[in-house]
Design a binder for this molecule. Sequence first.
Ligand code: BES
Ligand code: ZN
Length: 876
Amino acid sequence: MDQFKGQPRLPKFAVPKRYDIRLKPDLVHCRFAGSIAIDLDIVAATSFIVLNAAELSVSDGSVSFTNRDSSKVLKPSRVELFQEDEILVLEFTETIPLGLGILFIQFEGTLNDRMKGFYRSTYEHNGEKKNMAVTQFEPADARRCFPCWDEPAFKATYKITLDVPSELIALSNMPIVEEKTDGNLKIVSFQESPIMSTYLVAVVVGLFDYVEDHTSDGVKVRVYCQVGKANQGKFALHVAARTLELYKDYFACPYPLPKLDMIAIPDFAAGAMENYGLVTYRETALLYDDQHSAAANKQRVATVVAHELAHQWFGNLVTMEWWTHLWLNEGFATWVSYLATDSLFPEWKIWSQFLDESTEGLRLDGLAESHPIEVEINHAAEIDEIFDAISYRKGASVIRMLQSYLGAECFQKSLASYIKKYAWTNAKTEDLWAALEEGSGEPVNKLMNSWTKQKGYPVVSVKVNNQKLEVQQSQFLSSGAHGEGHWIVPITLCSGSYDVHKNFLLQTKTESLDLKELLGSDVAQDRGVNSWIKLNVDQTGFYRVKYDEGLAARLRYAVEKQYLSATDRYGILDDLYALCMARHESLTSLLTLMGAYREELEYTVLSNLITISYKVTRIAADAVPELLDCIKQFFVNLLQYSAERLGWDPKPGESHLDAMLRGEVLTALAKFGHDLTLDEATRRFQAFLENRNTPLLPPDIRKATYVAVMWRAGKSNRLGYESLLKVYRETDLSQEKTRILSSLSSSPDPDLVFEVLNFMLSPEVRSQDAVFGLAVSQEGREIAWTWLKENWEKISKTYGSGFLITRFVSAVVSPFASFEKAKEVEEFFATHSTPAIARTLKQSLERVHINANWVHGVKGEKNLHEATKELANRKY
Ligand code: BES
Ligand code: ZN
C-alpha cells in the first residue's frame, strides 16, 4: 500500500464517470453523514483503488465494488486512509475486472469552522444564532466532504441528494428535480450535472431570501442572501444577467446550465468561488446597499461577479489539466472581467484601472523569490500559495499584452474556437497558444513561452545616441540586481501628439533604431515640446522602461503639460518608482517627477501616486527622519489641487471615479496629518454618530473619516476608537464593518494598535476579516511584530490550513527596512514556519532586504535635502 504514498497525482487505473452522492448535514451538532456510489471505469489491471479522502471516517464494512457485467461484488481486504497524503487506499484480494463498475462507500465527517471542505458559517435570524452548511472545494477540499478523484482532469457527472431540515433552503449546482418531506426532514434531489471537476461541486443549506431575473435566452438567475437583505442583491443580479448574455456572445457559446444561483456567505475565506451554477461570495463582494455602500464597493461587486461568471466558461466548461495551469483560469477570468465591466459601465474607465493589476503583478514578479506563471506543483498543500498576484495579475497582464499584439477581433475568434474545441474537457497552456497561433498566424507559443515559463520581466532601457534610439532589455529586479532572464518583448513606441507609432518585437538583447526613419526627420530634429518618446504605449506590455536623462526630462514636461494619456502618465510614474526602489534612480528624481502631477485629475493616476507617496513616506521615516515633515508637506501640497476640486460632499451628477477619488485623497491627507482634514473629519464623524443617515458622511468618505478619527486616537484618548467600535457593532452591513476594521490600525499609538490587533482575533471579528486589521501605521510596525509572535500559535491554528495565513506574514513582515530585523524574523520562523507560508515568508524577507538597501541608498543621496525643501515650499 505504501507505494501510493508521497505521490503528487493519483494513479490512473480507475476513472470516475458519475458520482451519486447523498449527504445529511446536522446543523446543530455540526456533523454530516454521507454515502456515495461512484461509477468507475477500471482501465488497467490492478487490485487497488486509490482515491482522495481527508478528515472523513470511512466505515470499513461499508465499502464495496460491483462489476457491472458480472454483477460480482468485491469487498476490500484492507481500507486505509493516509492522512498526510489525503488518500484512501482500497486493497482487494484479487484483480478487479476491467470495465465498468460501481464503488460504494459510507462515511462521516465534521462541518468544520475552517471555511474549507464542508463547513459551517454562522448567522443570526430573529435574534437567534444559527449555522448554515456550505462547501468550498477549490483547490483540493472536495475530499473533505466525500471520497473522490479530487483532481481537475477527472471530470464526471454528479447526482446529488440532500437530507435537510424541512424549513431550510438547499442549493446545489443544478436545479431541484424532486423534494419529499418526511416530518421535520426533507429529501432534496437535484438534477444530474453535466461533467465537471470535483472542485466545482457545491452545496449550501440554510435560511435565505432571494431576488430573481432571467437572461434574454431564459437562464434563471438568482441572488440569495441573508433574510432581510434581498434588496441588496439587486445590483449583482443585474450585472450577472447582463454578463451572461455578453459572455455568450464573446465566447460564441451559451451558458450551458439551466440556472445560475449566486449566494452571499457570511464566513468565506476567498472573495468568491465560481462553483458551476452555484457561485458563492463574501457578502462584501455580492451585496450592494444604495444608502451605505461606496462607489468602490459597487465596482468590487461588478468585477467579482464578472470574474466568477467568466469562469463558467473559462475554468468550468474548459478546465485546466493540472494546477500548473491555474493561471489559465485566474489570469484569464481577471482579464475578461474588465472586458465585461467596461461594456456594462463604460464611464468607470475600468481599463485604466487595469493598470493596478499589472502593477501588483510587476511588484511581486520583481522579486527573485517570484515564480513562473506555469509553476510545478508536487503536493496539494502547495496549490493554495499560487492563488497569488503572479497567477491572477501577471497572468491577466500577459493576456492583455498578447491581445493587444494580435488584435481584439482575431483574439476573440481564436478564443471562441479554443472554447469550442476543449468544451467539457481539460486544456493546457500550450493548447490556448495553439488556438491563438492558428487564428493569427503569429508564433504565439514561442512568444509567450518566455513570459509564462520563466519568472520575472524585463526593464527596457532606451537612450538616444547619434541619431539612433538604442533599446536594451535586461531582467528587472527590485533588489537592484540584474537577472539573467531574456524575453521576446512586444515593444510599442509613440511620439509627438501620438501621431507617430511604431511596433516591433525585441528578440535580442539590444536593438538600435534609426531615429529619422522611426519618427520622420521632423520629429527627430525637433527639440520642442512634442518631441517626447514613450515606450509601452498605454501600458499594455508587461515590462518597465528606463529612459535616458534627456528623454526622461521631455516626458516629465509632457506629463506636466498633460500631453500624455492617463495610462501613459501612470506608467511613467510607476516605472520611475520601481527604478527608484531598485536604486537605479534617485529619490530626488522620483519626487521631482511626482511634482509634475500637481494638476492631475485622473482617478487611477492619482490613486497610484498616493500609494507611492505612502511607501516613500515610510522609507523616508527610516532613512531621513529629519526630512519627514517636509516630505509630508510636499505630498499634502501636491494633493491640494484635487482636494479642492473634489471637496467633501458629492457633487450632483459627478462621476463614479471622482466619488472614489475623493475618498482616497482625503484618506491620504488624513494619513499625512493634515490638520484641516482631520478637523473636518472629526466634525462630520460627530454628526454621523448622532445620525447614521446624516448627509455629512456619505459612504465614499467614511474610510477617510475613520482613518482621521484613528489618527487622533490613542490609548489615553479612546473616545474616537470606542465610537468606531460602536458603529462596528451596530451595523449589519459587511462593507461598513470592513471599512472600520481597515481603519482601526492607523493610530500612531503603538499601545492602541496592539489593542486593535487583539480585537481582530476576538470572537467579535469573523476570522475571514481579521486580515483587514493588518494595515498598521508606521508607528505600530514594531508592536505588530511582537503581537504576531505572541499570537502565532493561535493564528496558525485558525488560519494554518488556508491561504489567509500568508497575509499575516506579508503584512507584518514586509514593512520592515533593516537587515537586523530580517534576521530576527528569519530566526523566529526557523522554528515556526510551515510549507503553506514558505514562499510568502521568503518573499517578505526579500522585501525587507530591498527596503533596507533602499533606506541605505536614500541616506547617502546628495541633494535630497535641498530638493525636498524646494519641492515642499512650492505653492501650487
Ligand atoms: N477561484 C477563485 C476562488 C479561490 C481563490 C479558490 C483561492 C480557492 C483559493 C475565484 O474565482 C477568485 O478568483 N476569487 C477572487 C476574486 C476575484 C474577483 C479576483 C478572490 O477570491 O479574491
Ligand atoms: Zn477566479
